[in-house]
Design a protein around this ligand. Structure first.
Ligand SMILES: [Fe+2]
Length: 318
């Protein structure tokens, strides 16, 4: 069976969260990330905010994107068959600072260790699990607006944890379909890295046979998907055909997301993955660098409903 070596690293991780203001304050004022885009979910006929956070330009593997679902009233059910936690890379020397900082903001960070990496675990206000993982040699430059000292800032994604009831099919998917390498196991945990490996490429699976199935629909309190970077649209098309040839046929067509092009695949364990290609102008396609992430950008699909949408969506004060 052929393998696929085209999955490079994480591109973005997308969450279904609660209130828009609550999410905005958590990511920009507690974690110190930059708002790089405020727009709306492109799918469906109901307007839902889509908020993007990352480093200065919103580079691939620094992005967390959020759908605040509270306005819709829909709640999700955490469980198996979905991504359960996201891990973010911070300098190893910063964990003491972060422990104090999170505690001062009312969070309850817990120290832990996984595969020899020290971490702090806590929860997003919507309940989604976060970990800050201390990494000594991450060369991605953190954004700093003064909330977090620049030497302690978040460098980008580190990994995701997928909750599974059975690991075998997901291991097959990772190995043949998703460039999963350097397989390691520790108790219930199985770790893969894609591309060159290291921080920003990690997929962990937590195999828990008795965990009930979580929900897949848009609803407050769960991770929606993890996107991974591929080089270009030709490679993206090849990845889709490759997955379909392996029998993983729940693969979407290419979707234009304004700032990147996306292909989604429902992995055999249930978590939703995406193969993603950034557009050449990235987040600068609809607003200049100086104003990045400040004003709401109406998706083309909703262009004729701009006033209605702006009146409906929860206003965000920043
Ligand atoms: Fe995505």
């Amino acid at each position: 069976m052929n393998t696929n070596d085209q999955i490079r690293r994480h591109h973005h991780i997308t969450l279904n969260v609660g209130g828009a203001q609550e999410d905005y304050d958590f990511h920009t004022k507690v974690l110190g990330l930059k708002s790089v885009k405020k727009t709306a979910l492109y799918d469906g006929d109901e307007p839902i905010h889509h908020l993007y956070y990352g480093n200065d330009l919103g580079d691939a593997s620094t992005l967390i994107t959020c759908f605040p679902m509270r306005q819709s009233g829909r709640k999700a059910r955490p469980g198996s068959g979905q991504i359960s936690t996201l891990m973010l890379s911070v300098p190893e020397s910063s964990l003491g600072f972060w422990e104090q900082h999170l505690t001062a903001h009312g969070y309850k960070p817990k120290r832990g260790e996984r595969f020899g990496e020290k971490s702090l675990s806590f929860a997003h206000p919507s309940g989604i699990g976060y970990q800050l993982v201390g990494i000594a040699d991450d060369d991605r430059k953190p954004y700093s607006n003064g909330v977090i000292p620049s030497e302690y800032g978040i460098c980008g994604t580190h990994g995701i944890t997928g909750a599974l009831r059975d690991g075998e099919n997901s291991e097959e998917f990772m190995h043949y379909g998703w460039n999963g390498q350097n397989r390691r196991a520790d108790g219930r945990l199985i770790r893969f890295e894609v591309g060159k490996g290291g921080s920003g490429t990690i997929v962990d699976f937590d195999v828990e046979p008795d965990l009930p199935q979580g929900s897949w629909a848009y609803g407050e309190g769960v991770v929606h998907h993890c996107a991974f970077e591929v080089d270009d649209l030709t490679v993206q098309k090849w990845v889709k055909f490759h997955l379909e040839g392996l029998g993983f046929t729940d693969v979407s067509d290419v979707k234009d997301r304004g700032y990147f092009d996306s292909v989604y695949v429902r992995t055999p364990g249930g978590a939703l993955f995406e193969a993603c290609v950034s557009k050449p102008q990235g987040f600068l396609v609809d607003e200049p660098y100086e104003d990045l992430g400040k004003a709401f950008q109406v998706p083309p699909v909703f262009a004729d409903r701009k006033t209605e949408i702006l009146n409906y969506l929860e206003p965000i004060v920043f």
